[in-house]
Design a binder for this molecule. Sequence first.
Ligand code: GFB
Length: 324
Amino acid sequence: MLNTHSRMKQNDKIYVAGHSGLVGGALVRLLKARGFNNLITRSRAEVDLRDERAVRNFFAEERPDLAVLAAAKVGGIKANIDAPVEFLIENLQIQNNVIRAAHEAGARKLLFLGSSCIYPKFAPQPIPESALLSGPLEPTNEPYAIAKIAGVKLCQAFAREYGANFISVMPTNLYGPGDDFDLETSHALAALLRKAHEAKMSGAGEMIVWGTGVPRREFLHVDDLAAAVLFLLENYDSPEIINVGCGEDISILELAELICDVVGFRGELKWDRSKPDGTPRKLLDISKIKKLGWQPTISLRDGVARFYEWFLDNYVPQSMASVR
Ligand code: GFB
């Protein structure tokens, strides 16, 4: 499966869809740092990826050598429950448009980013790639998962029917610079970091955590994911999906405690059991990518500490946004 034909050149024209998001942002930083000097990005105002004609025109004009599809409508458990229509339709639109246009414009390779929520709710743990479509999905994010599964299948269909080198990568739960801190839409790690910080600053005695604290999740720093994406662009040319994670999971209770420790909040955790737990456990089996020669480098504690530093330097509270 290792294939030198797809080796990247420094002047390859690389389109990163979703460059202002968590994953796309990390990938653009890494590609620039590694000397790739022909990156293309477009804001949503320039090319709305939900608009088929706009996407086709853009690809026909730019003809990128490589495309990374890191653009998606994403969010945490509440956002997924609140907006099933948007999670389903917008993701289908974005991926259908980009994947087809990349093929039509002759892209040499495309990398599609999926999600660990494509796997069944009660998949074996750690979850091997072979668990895809082996059982019912977790209801809290089924629309998102169905869209991502459709993206995987479309990439595989282009590979089978037209010989396209379109690969699909399934990352576990991610965090890092550029994360969403809106408590209504964010994922757990960013939300808990913000809550712990605000509780500490205000001198509150407690902070609210959703659910029971029992569910287990695996968290990967987005810089590790970006490194894996670059590795796979250079070394993986199979339409079979491939997992990327850190290889370890922790309970939400343990996560909340770790975050409070890093932030320095010493109060109590208060559990809001009216909020959903979601899937009981989600730990990816990463033996496939490890065998190819990639492994994560950022431990959860170090990653959260780095992320908190970034937060302190960059996060502008909503109430402050208008006065800056
Ligand atoms: O990260 P999260 O929103 O999404 O929630 P999922 C993970 C767990 O953390 C759940 C708990 O058990 C939440 O109840 N949690 C505790 C919190 N406190 C909080 C909080 O303040 N905010 C949030 N958001 N959660 C998502 C999917 O599932 O995972 C997406 O909905 C995607 O589609 C993403 O796949 C990676 O891990 O449950």
